[in-house]
Design a protein around this ligand. Structure first.
Ligand SMILES: CC(C)(COP(=O)(O)OP(=O)(O)OC[C@H]1O[C@@H](n2cnc3c(N)ncnc32)[C@H](O)[C@@H]1OP(=O)(O)O)[C@@H](O)C(=O)NCCC(=O)NCCSC(=O)CCCC(=O)O
Ligand SMILES: Cc1cc2nc3c(=O)[nH]c(=O)nc-3n(C[C@H](O)[C@H](O)[C@H](O)COP(=O)(O)OP(=O)(O)OC[C@H]3O[C@@H](n4cnc5c(N)ncnc54)[C@H](O)[C@@H]3O)c2cc1C
Length: 674
């Protein structure tokens, strides 16, 4: 594995772990990256972006004031953006993932311990221009945006509404006299709130507003809006903009608020790919599907699955390496204290994090390919596959972000007290990933979107109508008997599908019962939402398990024998783990017996021991350079205690032998003079 410093001294426990690893680490890196070519390309990009040292801070970011932190983040965003335009553009193969190339995102993480104030520019502003503009609009805006002549964000959420987009209050009223839209914020709750980079950084944004023309409201539509002068950066008249204040994370992202006072923009600034307002104010719907204006959100949900997989890989790298060097307790009095990685409970906390990072990474690539296929069909005017894809991307976004946040927190627990240090890197990872569970569609809300689709699919299965691929298992839901338990990987996946089908059936039955008892359809649905969320979650777990398994079998077809074995162990671990997490459900919906579950628990524990010797090799295979990890606990060389002390000594509190607080408060209080 290439490291920046080839002459480093490695902690002996880590060196021993690496000597013990019995598979070819680089082969697994290739699997995680989606092929050797991608690994080589990624490494080239990382070398160019990181070897110059431009990503480093003179003073640790955590010791800066909020203003200094922000300015430092802008400084580095500008360096990174310039690198992207020059050295990285050709290397990055942007066409493979649109503008949000995961390699570019991954490398950018070396520059930012939190997030870049430009995150929304490439993450949502540019994708909206690409997805919602007519070709003429695109040819005007896209080059300026890609060249960073203008910087933008995506301002949809308001103080009063985030989830319920149809409830947004900002208005865009067309004035045919001047051929302009008048943007207005009629209430406090209509103020835009949250958009990243809006507070101080951007000069343009996508604004989602209720469109009025000829006295009629046509629902929410996107507009491109200049909010600051392109030269002085001063907010334009009619614009009230600012930063929303400190948050749990994202503190370098200058999330902002924005209000409009009858602010005028040219008619052409409505993004008109899916709907148009003609000069005389006539509204023309172009798109065949009513929800295409939600396209940027769908795109970001797809991207997020990849992003959280990457962040989980980081947390598990930190926690596994640390667990290999940390020794604690003495279960056998005559032996040295064991590495904490030898405790089976520790393996239980950590190996599922490694397996989940793999599962989500492979699912994200598969999801991206499905998305590309849906986009290609839509180009030809066919939107038939969109509902299934919306259901799929919604649940995968919800479950991947939620599982990753939970497992990153579990990695923190696995690092004991030191995991609580900002310098461990884990708190920042957690703060970032826990936000992804909320933004771009809250967890519960998105699972309920998937549940809508599941219930419809169930009704189709009941009527013996054809089903789309991801829900085809529902056809077996009407056999009348419980699914047969079998502890092979395929058997477990079938059981997960049986859980999803069984839970959906319970929801449908309960809703029908409630409606027969007099509840309206809306109320019957509402009363069933706890179970509907559970059904959508079960569906998503079945999809992840199935995809992970199939992809690993495919990707290891030509791998060396030991790589095949270790990859198979990880997928099996994933399946056992989730089966054991759902024993109650399995007892309800499959033929599993108490003995089967006791046996499964034993098989799981034995699997942990088999994976144990390869644990460090597995996280090394994520190939995360130290610059990306930002961690005292997780560096490749394992100099944990030295780094913790070095970081502690950087604290400004240690600059003076006696704090000013002594003479100001402590001394007077102790001398009774306060
Ligand atoms: C919850 C919904 C989906 C509800 O939308 P709605 O118009 O009220 O629809 P409904 O009545 O529930 O359903 C009607 C129908 O519309 C369908 N639908 C809904 N969304 C889509 C879609 N994207 N593609 C395709 N179809 C979609 C639904 O499945 C329904 O279909 P059906 O009637 O069942 O056949 C929507 O409002 C929504 O997406 N809310 C989440 C808001 C969100 O994601 N905001 C993101 C803001 S930007 C951000 O957070 C940036 C983060 C920073 C960063 O990325 O770094
Ligand atoms: C760090 C961060 C960055 C963000 N960046 C941006 C940005 O750049 N641009 C932008 O436009 N927005 C942004 N957002 C806003 C984000 O998209 C919203 O916060 C998110 O969509 C959730 O909406 P909400 O805040 O209205 O939550 P709410 O909908 O108010 O959720 C509160 C609770 O109500 C529940 N709930 C709501 N509706 C239902 C329902 N129908 N059924 C059951 N339960 C329900 C939810 O599950 C949740 O438990 C950002 C948010 C964060 C945290």
């Amino acid at each position: 594995m290439t490291q920046t410093n080839n002459n480093m001294t490695v902690n002996p426990d880590l060196a021993m772990e690496r000597a013990k690893c019995n598979f070819n680490v680089l082969e697994v890196t290739h699997i995680f990256d989606g092929g050797e070519r991608n690994t080589l390309q990624r490494k080239k990009i990382e070398d160019v972006a990181l070897n110059s040292g431009a990503s480093k801070d003179a003073l640790g970011e955590e010791h800066m004031s909020p203003k200094e932190k922000y300015e430092n983040a802008v400084r580095k965003s500008c360096i990174y953006a310039t690198m992207m335009k020059n050295e990285l553009a050709e290397l990055s193969g942007l066409e493979s993932f649109g503008v949000s190339s995961p390699v570019i995102r991954r490398t950018a993480d070396a520059f930012f311990k939190e997030v870049s104030p430009f995150l929304l520019h490439l993450g949502m502003f540019v994708p909206t221009i690409m997805g919602q503009c007519t070709p003429e609009q695109q040819s005007y805006w896209l080059p300026r945006a890609l060249d960073m002549q203008i910087i933008g964000t995506y301002a949809q959420t308001e103080l009063g509404h985030g989830t319920f987009i149809r409830g947004l209050e900002t208005t865009a009223t067309y004035d045919p006299e001047t051929e302009e839209f008048v943007l207005h914020s009629p209430t406090l709750s209509s103020y835009k709130w949250w958009a990243g980079g809006l507070g101080k950084t951007v000069n343009y944004c996508i604004v989602v507003a209720q469109l009025y023309t000829k006295g009629e409201c046509h629902g929410t539509h996107p507009f491109i809006v200049q909010i600051r002068d392109e030269d002085t950066h001063v907010p334009l008249p009619g614009i009230k903009v600012g930063e929303i204040g400190p948050k749990m994370g994202f503190n370098t992202a200058d999330n902002g608020f924005l209000g409009f006072d009858h602010y005028r923009i040219p008619r052409e600034h409505m993004l008109m790919k899916n709907a148009q307002v003609l000069k005389d104010g006539t509204y023309v719907k172009v798109a065949r599907h009513g929800k295409l204006t939600y396209g940027t959100m769908v795109f970001v949900r797809v991207v997020l699955v990849n992003e959280v997989a990457f962040n989980l890989a980081k947390a598990s790298t930190i926690a596994v390496r640390y667990s290999a060097i940390r020794r604690q307790s003495k279960p056998k009095p005559d032996e040295v204290e064991p590495q904490i990685l030898d405790y089976v409970t520790q393996q239980h906390k950590l190996f599922i994090a490694i397996a989940t990072a793999h599962a989500l990474q492979l699912c994200s690539t598969w999801l991206w390919e499905s998305f590309s296929a849906v986009l290609a069909q839509m180009k030809g005017g066919n939107t038939d596959t969109l509902p299934e894809f919306h259901a799929l991307s919604s649940c995968l976004k919800a479950i991947s972000t939620s599982d990753s946040a939970h497992l990153i927190e579990q990695c923190r627990h696995a690092c004991g007290g030191h995991g609580y240090m900002i310098s461990s890197g884990i708190p920042n990872l957690y703060n970032f990933v826990s936000a992804t569970r909320t933004y771009e569609g809250d967890y519960t809300v998105l699972l309920l979107q998937t549940a809508r689709f599941l219930v419809k699919a169930y009704e189709q299965a009941e009527a013996k109508k054809p089903l789309t691929p991801t829900v085809s298992y529902l056809a077996h839901a009407f056999s009348g008997s419980r699914a047969t338990w079998d502890n092979s990987p395929d058997g477990i996946i079938r059981s997960f599908q049986a859980l999803a089908a069984g839970k959906t059936a319970v929801c449908v039955t309960n809703m029908r019962k409630r409606m027969r008892a007099g509840l309206s359809q809306v109320d019957a649905w509402e009363m069933s939402t706890i179970q509907l969320v559970a059904a959508a979650e079960a569906h998503c777990r079945a999809v992840i398990a199935d995809t992970y398994r199939k992809e690993i079998v495919r990707l290891t077809a030509n791998s060396s024998p030991n790589v095949k074995v270790v990859m198979d162990q990880l997928t099996t671990l994933y399946l056992y783990y989730w089966a054991l997490e759902r024993t109650g459900d399995l007892l309800m919906f499959t033929s599993v017996s108490q003995k089967d579950l006791v046996d499964l628990q034993i098989a799981y524990e034995e699997l942990l021991l088999k994976i144990r010797p390869n644990a460090v090799g597995l996280v090394d295979a994520f190939d995360l350079r130290d610059e990306l990890l930002h961690s005292t606990l997780g560096s490749y060389d394992g100099r944990v205690y030295e780094r913790l002390m070095e970081e502690a000594l950087k604290s400004p509190m240690n600059k003076e032998p006696v704090s000013d607080a002594y003479s100001k408060y402590l001394r007077p209080m102790m001398k009774g003079k306060l």
